[in-house]
Design a protein around this ligand. Structure first.
Ligand code: LLP
Length: 429
């Protein structure tokens, strides 16, 4: 039976005659060919996600800045740059990746609550589009760094709109209690100071209210709060060119039903039009919704360990490869790469080899599995590899991109020797 409609990642991820395929490529074949753990991404799925944003923005001045913290593989950046995206970065390391992937600094905004002077200097030299500034302290330092380099830094204030996005506390960012942004009440005074500093040029305004947001209402609330400020700031003669309405659109991991990107953007634009701001350039910073459901993590079942209380299905991917379940208690779908007809299901906790009880990928999952099978953890294109670590001296996984008929190895598997290449024995010559 074709179950494509039921799978997050459909239509690119689909099961046909028991075989799970991404863009037509049988995942079990890829697991055998490249080894496991293995991240596999679909170029077509990423392009389709980017197209949904751009469709809604057609005819408007706009820039979709891919929040590359979600997945910063160079080939992923390349694909999204070719699809017309700019980038949202949060470190000099991310800037280096953008440039290495052929992306343009002039289409890159620099976010983040703790930018260092050396990072600011590098971003100024590269010519980034805008600095999203998060505090008055940062504003003053950026002014100094820009003047020391004889340039003017384009700035936008990241305003904390104090809106509850209704998401997990670790990934909500727009509440007064969060560390992010300039408080709404202080934003006007901060803009006045920015406009008076010689090393800065006020360019826009931005906000970010959280991640994995599945409702439109919090976005509209945040946009209204931003537009109120735009009006107040411009009434003082400080022009704001662009409005950057954060990131955060959720994806389907299980039964969430977030709006499509073009629906969300259509609603935001309609609100801007209704309030007389239709002429402004719109920036967006989506991460997860561009790449999350374009990827899966493949893993091999090592051992089945049925128990009195819990049955454990021990696989070769772990919390170091995919930390979302351990860190956020996140649900991610798990599917066998090949489903055998008529095999009975049993209930398993799918766990990795890391020496922590928190090392699980899925709990209480009904699966028909045997040692040697391959499983796919779904929706793993965002915040998967990007958050991977080497805990337990585990080399990070390889990454593959399927691209029509082609399959590209876009990151080779790390080697154990790489992991301690920078370490030194004490007293060694
Ligand atoms: N812009 C800024 C300033 C951000 O902080 C973020 C995400 C984004 C854009 C992109 O948001 P997205 O479209 O991906 O929701 N590791 C967590 C998610 C943390 C998101 C942090 N900021 C997870 O795995 O759920």
């Amino acid at each position: 039976m074709d179950q494509a409609a039921a799978l997050p990642g459909a239509p690119f991820l689909a099961r046909r005659e028991g075989v799970l395929r991404l863009d037509g490529h049988a995942l079990a074949d890829l697991a055998r060919r490249f080894g496991t753990p293995l991240f596999v991404y679909s170029r077509a799925a990423m392009c389709a996600a980017a197209a949904s944003y751009r469709r809604a923005l057609a005819g408007r001045p706009h820039l979709v800045c891919y929040a590359m913290k979600a997945n910063s593989n160079l080939a992923v950046l390349q694909v999204l740059a070719e699809a017309g995206c700019g980038f949202d970065i949060v470190s000099a390391g991310e800037l280096a990746r953008v440039l290495a992937a052929g992306g343009a600094a002039s289409r890159t905004v620099f976010s983040g609550v703790g930018k260092r002077r050396d990072e600011m200097a590098l971003a100024l030299q590269a010519g980034v589009r805008c600095f999203n500034v998060e505090s008055i302290g940062e504003l003053r330092v950026l002014d100094e760094v820009a003047r020391a380099h004889g340039v003017v830094a384009p700035v936008s204030l990241r305003v904390n709109p104090d809106v509850d996005a209704g998401t997990h506390p670790y990934i909500s960012t727009g509440l007064k209690s969060n560390k992010f942004g300039v408080a709404h009440a202080q934003a006007l005074a901060t803009y006045r100071e920015a406009a008076a500093l010689g090393g800065l040029r006020v360019a826009g305004i931005d906000c970010h209210i959280g991640s994995q947001i599945t409702q439109i209402a919090p976005y509209l609330d945040a946009l209204d709060r931003l537009l109120d400020l735009v009006e107040a700031v411009e009434a003082e003669g400080i022009a704001l060119h662009h409005v950057d309405v954060g990131g955060g659109l959720g994806i389907t991991y299980t039964d969430e039903a977030p709006p499509a990107a073009d629906e969300l953007v259509g609603r935001l634009l309609a609100r801007m039009d209704a309030r007389g701001h239709g002429h402004r350039e719109v920036l967006l910073e989506p991460g997860r919704s561009l790449v999350g459901n374009a990827g899966v993590l493949l893993t091999e079942v090592l051992y089945l360990k049925p128990g009195e209380v819990t049955n454990f299905c021990i696989v070769d991917a772990a919390m170091n490869d995919l930390t979302r379940p351990a860190l956020y208690d996140a649900y991610m779908g798990i599917e066998p790469c090949v489903r055998r007809r008529g095999e009975p299901l049993a209930r398993w906790d799918v766990v990795g080899p890391v020496c922590e009880s928190g090392d699980w990928l899925g709990r209480q999952r009904d699966l028909a599995v045997q040692a040697g099978d391959f499983l796919a953890v779904l929706s793993a294109g965002a915040y998967g590899m990007a958050m991977a670590s080497n805990y337990n001296t585990r080399p990070r996984a390889a990454e593959v991109m399927v691209d029509g008929d082609a399959v590209h190895l876009i990151r080779q598997r790390e080697r154990v020797a790489d992991l301690f290449a920078g370490e030194r024995l004490i007293g060694a010559p």
